[in-house]
Design a protein around this ligand. Structure first.
Ligand SMILES: [Zn+2]
Length: 137
């Protein structure tokens, strides 16, 4: 018996910073925050060692973004609060149309028949990770 390949074997990862506006729950001020994500881009082909099941899985995968940050700190009052969105995963092909949260919710619910791509995939940042603003707005 062999373990199925780790999800991460199918993707190339690229750190990414995106800005987002949230309201502080304490002082109610809107702030703009730099949120760290990792972009997972599907590899050209299934990795070596992929068996039939791995290849089937690979065929269904899509590029996505996984949010690394869960909390932000309000620049006005210093309150640390949780990012008020439970969407920590976005498919890259959805970004073009900038779906609102509700659409995303439905999409995720619809996709939940599949094994969740990122349920326990909360990667530790590699040591070489450096934060570089990438100009996302
Ligand atoms: Zn505040």
């Amino acid at each position: 018996m062999r373990m199925p390949l780790d999800e991460r074997a199918f993707f190339n990862e690229k750190p990414e910073t995106r800005s987002a506006r949230y309201q502080c729950p304490r002082c109610r001020r809107m702030g703009e925050f730099r949120i760290r994500w990792v972009r997972r881009l599907k590899k050209q082909s299934a990795p070596p060692g992929a068996d039939e099941a791995d290849r089937r899985k690979f065929a269904k995968l899509r590029d996505y973004l996984l949010r690394l940050d869960d909390e932000v700190v309000c620049p006005s009052c210093g309150k640390k609060f949780e990012i008020p969105s439970h969407h920590s995963l976005m498919f890259v092909d959805q970004l073009a149309g900038l779906p609102d949260e509700e659409d995303l919710e439905k999409e995720i619910a619809a996709a939940s028949g599949e094994p969740e791509p990122a349920r326990d995939a909360k990667p530790a940042l590699p040591p070489r990770f450096t934060r570089k603003p990438t100009g996302w707005k």
